[in-house]
Design a protein around this ligand. Structure first.
Ligand code: SF4
Length: 279
């Protein structure tokens, strides 16, 4: 028999993971930034990375957001098919977001796309963006991944011709080059290949949750190509334009080759909680 999950537990867990995501950068990202700072030979690049590291240290110590743009709120939910709840999970996540907006506090970023009127609490039509995946087991895992606009705005998608697979590398490099210093590099680059128009974008974004120090050979080669662009930390030149590249693929229509590139700034924020489980 599985443990029932109650509404208030979800609400406070959502507040906790949002606070953790906004104030404490995952260890693998911090280590990658430290390594980059030690390897940069340009004094300006080194200085930028050291300023980022100092900022991260202060945010974690004082429990304040590491960036003024606390992002649009994205949640990944792995929902155990035997999990027991007698409420709508979405309601509890929304209440957690509203509470966290007041308590952390978070910048209210959610606006109507055309009138630009601000809901004031980071919720609205379709926001937070909650992505559900049904999995085995009786627990639920909730991951919060706040996404800043500076990097999201520089992301791109292209429907390539199936014969153009050799253009994928160029499309990724072109996207990073066009972005320049705008997405606050060093960035993490998520690449989604295949699926459909929207599936490729989802693959690219979810790739950003992968650990920065765990890359395949294919990803490492693309990372080296990106870093040879010389954009550098905050776009001021240097060896470190990106900390990592992650590629996710899905089968696609024989007549399609969708490719999406989701760019994530150095503030590669995410935190998770697991609730419920067996008694
Ligand atoms: S791109 Fe990232 S680091 Fe830059 S302002 Fe936005 S959230 Fe902050």
């Amino acid at each position: 028999m599985s443990n029932p999950i109650d509404y208030d537990t979800v609400v406070s867990a959502v507040v906790d993971i949002l606070e953790e995501a906004e104030t404490v950068l995952p260890k693998d990202v911090v280590v990658a930034l430290e390594k980059a700072a030690s390897q940069e030979s340009s004094p300006v690049a080194k200085e930028q990375l050291e300023a980022i590291l100092k900022n991260i240290g202060i945010a974690a110590k004082k429990k304040v957001p590491m960036c003024q743009d606390t992002g649009i709120l994205i949640f990944y939910v792995e929902l155990g098919r035997d999990a027991r709840m007698d409420f709508r999970l979405e309601d509890a996540i929304l209440e957690g977001v509203k509470k966290a907006t007041r308590s952390i506090p978070l910048r209210p970023n959610a606006v109507d796309p055309l009138t630009r009127s601000n809901s004031g609490n980071n919720t609205g039509n379709g926001i937070p963006d909650i992505k559900y995946e049904l999995v085995d087991g009786s627990s639920i895992k909730i991951t919060a991944a706040p996404k800043g606009a500076g990097s999201e705005n520089m992301s791109a998608i292209k429907m390539l011709n199936p014969t153009e697979k050799d253009s994928i590398r160029n499309f990724v490099l072109e996207t990073v080059l066009n972005a320049g210093g705008k997405p606050c590099p060093p960035v993490v680059v998520g690449v989604g290949i295949g699926g459909s128009f929207d599936k490729a974008a989802r693959l690219a974004k979810s790739a950003l949750l992968e650990k920065v120090d765990e890359m395949s050979e294919e990803e490492t080669v693309l990372l080296d190509d990106i870093n040879s662009l010389g954009i550098g930390p905050m776009g001021l030149g240097g060896k470190t334009t990106a900390l990592a590249v992650h590629i996710k693929k899905a089968h696609c229509h024989t007549a399609s080759l969708p490719v999406a590139v989701n760019i994530q700034c150095w503030a590669n924020r995410h935190a998770s909680v697991v609730l419920g489980g067996d008694e």
